[in-house]
Design a protein around this ligand. Sequence first.
Ligand SMILES: [Ca+2]
Length: 151
Amino acid sequence: MYFEDEQTQTGSNGAMPDELTSDNYTVDTYISRVAADTTVGAFRQAFDQDAASIVVYAVSGEAAADSDLMKTGMTVSLVANGQTVKQYQTAVAGDLRGTGTVSSSSVRELLCMVTGASGFAPVTALAADYDGNGSVATTDARKMLGLLTAG
Ligand SMILES: [Ca+2]
C-alpha cells in the first residue's frame, strides 16, 4: 500500500463539516452568547471547525477583518470547497446597537424592549438577554449598567 501525494484541507478527520459547533457559543439559526468586545479573529478560533472555513461578514455585506469586533447582526458563513454550506446571524450579548460593545444606548434600547415600546428583530432579542437566562428583563439592563459603571 502507498499514499498518493495529495493534500487535503478538510481537517483532521477528513469529513466535510456541514454545521458549526462550539463550546463557547450557542449555535442554532443564530450564534449567540458571544461576549461584547470579542474580535472576529478570536471568534473564528472558538469553533470545532477550521477557522479557515469560517467567514464573517459585516452588516454592510463586506468581509470583516480579524481585528474587527463581533457585532449583533453580522453574518457568519461556513465554507467548504468554496461553497457556502451554512449561514448564521450573530447575537453579541448586550449589543443591541450593532457596535460590538455594551453601551448606554444599548441599555436604553433594552428598556424600550422590556416596556414593549417597539418591535425588535429576533437577533436583537437574543442580544438583549445579557445574562443568558432565556428572557429579556430589567435585570439584563441592570447587569449591563453594572458593567458600564465598573469600568
Ligand atoms: Ca436575561
